[in-house]
Each structure stands twice: as C-alpha cells, then as structure tokens.
Design a protein around this ligand. Structure first.
Ligand code: ADP
Ligand code: MG
Length: 376
C-alpha cells in the first residue's frame, strides 16, 4: 500500500478558523503549503492568514465540498464537525484522519467508554438523563462530584461541581435542559498532566514531553514543562496515551488530559484529536512544534524530533489579561508572545499565550506568580 502523502506546494484545507487552525497554518505556510479554511465567518484567526476562505457552517456539506475542491488534504482544528460532514469527508480520498475520533471526542460518554475499552482508567461516572437518575448517581458516586453536558462543553463551560445532596435540584435546573449529562466523581488529583501524540499516515509515532497543567476556573492557565513528576510517572503517562493512540488507530494528533493522584494512579480526563492548548509550549521549547508535527503527520511527511530543548512555562492570555500584557511586556523581555488576532477581548476568552523559557522553571513560575498580569 502506498502511503498517503501531500507534498509542500499543495493545499491543506482546515475545518475551523480558530487559533489552533491559525497556528497549524503558520507552520504549514513556513513549509510551503497553501491553506484553505472553512469557517462560518470571514476574518477568523485562521481566515486572516489563509490563502482561501470558504464561508460555511460546520455542518454544511456544500461548504465541505467547496473546501475539498480546492484542497489536497483536509484536516480539522476542532472536534465539533457535523456528523453529516464527517461522513461525507470519509467518502473523499483527502481525509486521512477519518471521523471515528471526532465521533468519540464529541461525546463525553462515548469517550469514556472508548477509553475504558482500551484498558485505561477514567473517573467513576454515570450517565444522567433525569433528576431521579442524577440523585441515584450522586448517591452512588458520593460527593464532591461534577455534572457535565456530554456534548459541546469546553473551557469548563457546561459543567458544575456538586458538593452535597442539597445542590442536586439547582444543578439539574441549570444543566438538565442541555441534553444528556454525565456525572463524574471528583478526583482529588495532585497534578493534571497531558501527553500529546502524533501519528503520521505512514504509521510513524512520536510523543511530546509530558506537560503539567494548572487550570483556573476550568480554563487552562499554565503548562509547566518538564512536569514535576517522577521518571516512572512520566513513563506511565506516555504509556497510557500510547495505548489510546494504538486503540484508536490515530492519524494526526491526539491530546490526552490526565489526573494524577498522590498514590501515582492516572485517570484519563478527556481526549482531543487535534493539537491542544497544553501543547503550545512546544512552539518555543521543542525541536518541532505540535503544529508542524500535525501538518507532517496528516501530509505523510517524516515526523520531527520532539525533544525538549529547554524548560518552559506556557501562560494563557485571556481577554482580561490582554491590556496588562501589552503594558507589561518588559517584565518578560525574553518570552515569546503569541496572539491569535481576535478582536473582542472578552473576559475568559483565549486571546493568546506567552511561552516563558528559562533554565530554572521555579524562578519562571515565581516571576509569573508575582506579576500583576495574571493576578487573580
Ligand atoms: P473541558 O472540556 O471544559 O476542558 P474538562 O472535563 O477537561 O472539561 O474539565 C475542565 C477542568 O475541570 C479539568 O481540567 C479539571 O481541572 C476540572 N475537572 C473536570 N472533571 C474533573 C473531575 N472528575 N475531577 C476533578 N477535577 C475535574
Ligand atoms: Mg479539558
């Protein structure tokens, strides 16, 4: 069988016009590819730099057909592609990633089932479709637990921590009408970790160094690399991710978010079949960035080395941080600023990130902690 390969000079079509697509495109253009984007609005973070824009909804097959007409390979930068478009793309010969991982990662229940079937731990959970089911599930799982919509949630949206039985009615009032739900036991983790894997159309596989992630209000705040974990834990985290990569027959990129508990147990929290916010450190700290690697993987080129060249802390820049970082750039003279070209700097909206590299990660963390830019 010949390997699917799309050489530089050809056109990569990207479904979704957000920052992940933009950063994929910046890498791809550096390598000489042309870029087409499908996105409902013009001027998106990716639209601003793409060679061609198809303006269409994510479930518009005509739009997908237009994208396919101008593209030699199609990839996606987010997982909420309509099932109809995903199925249609399967029928073309330009969609090497396939749609199975889209289907799994769009639905938290399917995701947990698939991860469990691959032999990897997830937090104890139960599906919830009524207040009665919520009460029974909460009784079984015990408190604290966390109620999540099965579809469409991101950055902590569509989820609610429940501390006791007296909060069940309110939680149901808030989320009961948002479709099927899942209740999870809260894991008292000591750290959150993530592993990003790439696998090319030729079957070549590489993992990036494990990231240690700190969230604030359900949104990623920092990734610290190298993660402050033992060699054994690092190995366990990568092995768990590799097992998922193999079970899912990945082509492209898989980000695996994990909880690590004090006793060394790893639970997989969620997966994303694309480059991930917690892999942005690779842009300035690794031999190859996750975006370049993704392009190499879906175009069937040899994968790059993933070695960490220097310690790095990635800090997200949300809407409320943007004016402060622009005023405070001199505080981080050697850091690398990445902004996504979004105009409305709304609170909580991801506007960019700062990669702060340094030989002493603890000193970098202290500098970030004491800076007024990310004050709580
Ligand atoms: P999102 O799709 O919004 O990223 P996640 O399921 O990853 O949703 O939840 C966001 C964050 O909320 C996690 O990174 C973690 O900090 C916290 N969280 C979610 N589920 C649990 C859980 N079962 N136990 C402990 N913390 C959790
Ligand atoms: Mg998450």
């Amino acid at each position: 069988m010949t390997t699917f390969r799309v050489l530089p000079g050809r056109t990569i079509g990207i479904l979704g016009g957000g920052q992940l697509g933009r950063m994929m495109a910046l890498s791809a253009k550096a390598m000489g590819y042309r870029i087409a984007v499908l996105e409902p609005k013009t001027g998106s973070p990716l639209g601003q730099i793409a060679d061609m824009e198809v303006v269409a909804a994510y479930d518009d097959i005509d739009g997908a057909r237009q994208l396919d007409d101008v593209s030699d390979v199609i990839t996606y930068e987010f997982e909420n592609i309509g099932a109809n478009v995903a199925a249609w793309l399967e029928s073309t010969d330009s969609f090497p990633q396939g749609s199975r991982l889209l289907e799994i990662s769009q639905d938290r229940l399917k995701e947990k089932q698939a991860i469990t079937e691959a032999g990897i731990n997830v937090a104890p959970y139960a599906p919830v479709t009524s207040l009665d089911e919520l009460k029974t599930a909460a009784h079984t799982l015990d408190y604290p637990c966390i109620l999540k919509t099965t579809r469409g949630g991101y950055d902590g949206k569509g989820q609610l921590v429940i501390h006791g039985a007296d909060e069940l009615d309110r939680a149901w009032e808030e989320l009961g009408s948002s479709g099927p739900l899942v209740l999870e036991k809260m894991i008292a983790f000591s750290k959150e970790l993530s592993v990003i894997f790439s696998r090319s159309t030729a079957g070549e596989m590489r993992a990036f160094p494990v990231a240690e992630n700190v969230h604030r209000d359900g949104i990623l705040h920092q990734s610290i690399v190298p993660a402050r974990i033992s060699v054994e834990t690092e190995r366990k985290a990568v092995a768990a991710a590799r097992r998922l990569v193999k079970a899912f027959g990945l082509v492209g990129t898989l980000a695996v978010e994990m909880f690590l508990t004090e006793d060394g147990t790893i639970y997989v929290n969620e997966i994303a079949p694309r480059p991930h916010n917690s892999g942005h450190f690779t842009m300035n700290a690794c031999e190859t960035s996750q975006f370049e690697q993704h392009i190499r993987a879906v175009c069937g080129l040899p994968l790059g080395k993933t070695d960490l060249l220097k310690p790095c802390v990635m800090v997200n820049i949300l809407g409320e941080h943007l004016p402060r970082i622009l005023d405070g750039l001199d505080e981080f003279p050697e850091a690398h600023l990445h902004l996504y070209g979004k105009d409305a700097a709304e609170p909580g909206r991801k506007m960019g990130h700062l990669n702060v590299t340094g030989s002493d990660p603890e000193a970098v963390l202290e500098q970030i902690r004491t800076s007024s830019i990310w004050r709580e």
